[in-house]
Design a protein around this ligand. Sequence first.
Ligand SMILES: [Zn+2]
Length: 97
Amino acid sequence: MSNTWDDWQDAFERSYDRLPEAPVEICPSCGLGKVSLAYMVKNGSSAGSVFVWCDSCLKGIVISRAEVPEGVTPLEFGSPESGLIPNFSVVPPVGRE
Ligand SMILES: [Zn+2]
């Protein structure tokens, strides 16, 4: 199994194309879990961070300065709902470890 930022980026892009439908991607890190995706913003902003992770192995990526797509309800930073995102470890970006 590969475990690179690029694989996660690909999984994110395929999931993004399905929004606001839930992702169906299998985790690029463990090949077992399913990819989850959530947008998080501050103060109701229209842009924020995208969290993309696997509930099974708790790996994933975070993409910042992302525009929230139409039809997607983002989570608010610090809200109880933001606790839905687990503490996962971020796969290092390629060439920047
Ligand atoms: Zn996984």
